[in-house]
Write a protein that binds this ligand. Sequence first.
Ligand SMILES: CC(C)(COP(=O)(O)OP(=O)(O)OC[C@H]1O[C@@H](n2cnc3c(N)ncnc32)[C@H](O)[C@@H]1OP(=O)(O)O)[C@@H](O)C(=O)NCCC(=O)NCCS
Length: 338
Amino acid sequence: MLTQSIGRHTGGLPGVRAMSETHPGDCVVRPARPDDAAAVSLVHRSDVIAWKGWDAHGQPTWSHYEKLTAFERWMNGGPWMDEALCRRHLAHMQGPSRVALVAEREGTVCAEAEAYFGDEPPPFGKHLNLAVLYTRRDYAGRGLGSALMWSLMEMARARSCESLSLSSASAPGFYSRFGLACWQRWRALTVRANLRNSLYERDSSELAPAPLPAGWGMALGRIGSAAQMWDRLDPGERPPRDARSPGILMVADLALRSGRERARVVLEDKPFVAGVVTAYVWTPDGRLSPRMWAALGDCAARLGRSQMHTWADDMRRADVPAHARWGEEVREVWGLRL
Ligand SMILES: CC(C)(COP(=O)(O)OP(=O)(O)OC[C@H]1O[C@@H](n2cnc3c(N)ncnc32)[C@H](O)[C@@H]1OP(=O)(O)O)[C@@H](O)C(=O)NCCC(=O)NCCS
């Protein structure tokens, strides 16, 4: 039985069409296209050491790539793990405010980067958030990752961004070479979902709310930028359908009756863990008051769930309910002022 997931995360961003090809050395950087899917999927899969499947009880087991369903491939590391899913994802990334770039050597795609433009409360401001950066294992150390980083920085400056950020610095030594530094540490936590007599209103738009208001930040669940996390709700970005796929249980705007506090909330089932929802929350200032926490717990309890799992900024522990159980998993948010 496995207890650890293999080191991959999901995310995604693309297509600044106006960008010209850049040629650092003999490497070409250009926008990624959907027909790059086979090569891009190969880049990402080169990072996977072993594949996981799941038995009927949701317990992970070692498996073979060929035996995995589309959903299980996704669960091993996102849409890049399967060529067809990767094609769909790259098509999605052609949209505005998203960037997907590939780096080629002698006509072979050997590395890929994705990022999202966004606007969030300080320290981010108007920014470009790097969501994904991978070099094919057999091409590592040949300047491809750096070429993509320089291209992204150039694009961010060209769009007058205040910062370049990334939300899961799994290669800190690499990013520090570009001047990025750790800005925040987001830690996993679980809280009980209790029914409360909270005085709040929930909008009626349910699963089809208005676009995320510009300038709002993530109060909970910042495993990507605010724009990136919102993008996950796009039907083309959801995991493939499977009896085990996580369902989105709620997308709603909450407003406390006292005062002006508002929050955009997404609750989705945590795959393979009954009774637990994962919470993602956006607010105008990226913070969440105790009363809004109570409203959130009330929403989850009304959905019949007993616990909420999420991530919160380590510096804002004082805002988090005292009964929260903090986990070991930490995601470092890195940034660079441009
Ligand atoms: C991190 C990564 C994208 C770097 O890509 P790359 O194409 O190998 O990078 P480059 O060849 O441009 O490396 C430039 C320099 O950074 C160094 N470097 C690369 N990865 C490094 C790391 N994790 N820590 C410290 N230094 C690193 C290289 O050794 C090289 O040093 P040199 O110029 O002194 O020889 C690549 O190693 C990778 O795909 N890693 C696995 C996935 C990952 O962690 N991605 C980032 C999170 S999404």
